[in-house]
Write a protein that binds this ligand. Structure first.
Ligand code: SAH
Ligand code: SF4
Ligand code: F3S
Length: 439
């Protein structure tokens, strides 16, 4: 009999991609995904520990699930992802309703763990290094035109605020031949766009010690695959962007003009304390080079407000860099001390209220920047790949993204889904662009 699994995914795209892998593996064990947690036999919480808020969110969901389990004690609850990797079996103490805990390195072990769960009350398996399995598992990808494809896992940078190297381990690039064969499979399933994933996606290949294997070489190979329309990659680390990569993005027709290039702070001193290996000026030079080589490129970023010791002046440097660069969009967060990371125990922590204030000021600033960046395109014609639609009165409103990743709505017909459409932009807001088909 098929059993039902409900999965809640918090955190970044890497986690979302892991959830697709988990669903693929669970399918081989007789589970089918449900979007109704009330009817699930197995509830899986794929957690994120980047900030305290993400951690709290996971435990608040688990609180709700506790009630479901009380009503139906046969329900099993599993916790995986970055909190699981970091906190291990201590999760059982904080949330005794949990039955299974597994880490970020042992998703492939899931069939075995599910078996164990049949005879044991609690199962916890956290591997320090990736699980080696002979078997190849397939991901149950979400429906649509766009698929995620992880190409590199982990991170070697150890920024002083960040848990990722502890939850995901050291950098490991996947073999180009494995990536290409998975890409072919993705295309054969009907996907038109592939987003290559990695915490520092542009450092792909560095761990092979073969200078000819880089993100650029991979993009060239992928660009040659028939049936694929668009290629994206996230997240790029500013220190790993090479001239070759910029030229490759500029040249290849399927590779979209978009870089997510987190800067974190506009102050050179704060960047040094964060262990980000670039200065304000170097970042600016890089961005200007990208803009010069790639017309209409969108550059998005992440910033942290209230890093330990950040002065008002240094914070103002973050505000001013946003005007100077003209970012298309920025994610901003108040600094959150995370266990295992060096900055968490520094003495010069900024008060909660002040971090909150700076976060809000920064948020408002980035909103203005996004509106400005979007308004630039009013009157221009951009290529959109519609992937969805909604019916409004008697009309069909198509939704898709421009090559530079801007959500765009326009009137059209359903048969345009999955086809490139030239759209004349008529309106821009913080959230999206609106336009009409260019005849
Ligand atoms: N690999 C990417 C970032 C991954 S984490 C990079 O190097 O840029 C995603 C974002 O979360 C980061 O860019 C950072 O802005 C934010 N972040 C990470 N740790 C944080 C912390 N302790 N407090 C607040 N924000 C944090
Ligand atoms: Fe975290 Fe820094 Fe690695 Fe990004 S580069 S994942 S911020 S340690
Ligand atoms: Fe969160 Fe882990 Fe991603 S900490 S941001 S889910 S790598």
């Amino acid at each position: 009999m098929t059993k039902k699994v409900y999965i809640e995914t918090l955190g970044c795209q890497m986690n979302k991609s892991d959830s697709e892998k988990i669903l693929g593996i669970l399918e081989t064990q007789g589970y089918k995904e449900t979007t109704l947690k009330e009817e699930a036999d197995l509830l899986v919480m794929n957690t994120c520990s980047i900030r305290a808020a993400s951690e709290n969110k996971a435990f608040s969901h688990l609180g709700i699930w506790k009630k479901l389990k009380k009503a139906n004690p046969d329900i099993k609850i599993a916790v995986c992802g970055c909190i699981a990797q970091q906190t291990k079996e201590k999760i059982f103490k904080r949330a005794p309703q949990v039955d299974l805990i597994f880490g970020t390195h042992n998703i492939e072990e899931l069939p075995e763990l599910i078996k164990q769960l049949a005879s044991k009350e609690k199962v916890c398996s956290i591997l320090k290094t990736p699980y080696e399995s002979e078997e190849k598992f397939y991901s149950r990808r979400q429906e649509g035109l766009s698929a995620w494809l992880p190409i590199i896992e982990g991170c070697d940078y150890f920024c002083t605020y960040c848990v990722v190297p502890y939850t995901r381990g050291r950098q490991r690039s996947r073999l180009p031949e494995d990536i290409i064969s998975e890409a072919k499979e993705i295309i054969s399933q009907g996907y038109k766009e592939i987003t290559l994933l990695g915490q520092t996606v542009d450092s792909y290949g560095k761990d092979f010690g073969k200078p000819e294997i880089t993100l650029s070489s991979l993009l060239r190979e992928l660009n040659g695959l028939d049936g694929l329309m668009r290629i994206r990659f996230v997240t790029s680390h500013p220190a790993d962007i090479t001239d070759e990569l910029i030229k490759t993005v500029a040249k290849l027709d399927k590779v979209c003009e978009y870089f997510h290039l987190p800067m974190q702070s506009g102050s050179t001193e704060v960047l040094a304390k964060m262990k980000r290996p670039y200065t304000r000026d170097e970042y600016l030079t890089l961005v200007n080079k990208i803009k010069k080589e790639i017309p209409d490129v969108a550059i998005t970023s992440d910033f942290i407000a209230g890093f330990p010791g950040e002065t008002e002046e240094q914070f103002n440097e973050t505000l001013s860099i946003i005007d100077e660069v003209g970012f298309d969009q920025c994610n901003v967060a108040a600094y959150s001390p995370r266990k295992q990371t060096p900055a968490a125990v520094w003495k010069d922590q900024i008060s909660y209220e002040e971090k909150k204030r700076r976060h809000l000021v920064l948020f408002e600033k980035t909103k203005e920047a996004t509106v400005k960046a979007n308004e630039k395109y009013v009157g221009r014609v951009l290529q959109v790949l519609p992937d969805n639609y909604k019916e409004q009165s008697d009309e069909i409103i198509l939704t898709g993204r421009t090559r530079n990743n801007k959500l765009t709505h326009f009137k059209g017909s359903k048969d345009l889904i999955g086809r490139h459409v030239d759209v004349e932009i008529t309106e821009a807001s913080i959230w999206c662009l609106k336009g009409r088909i260019k005849l």
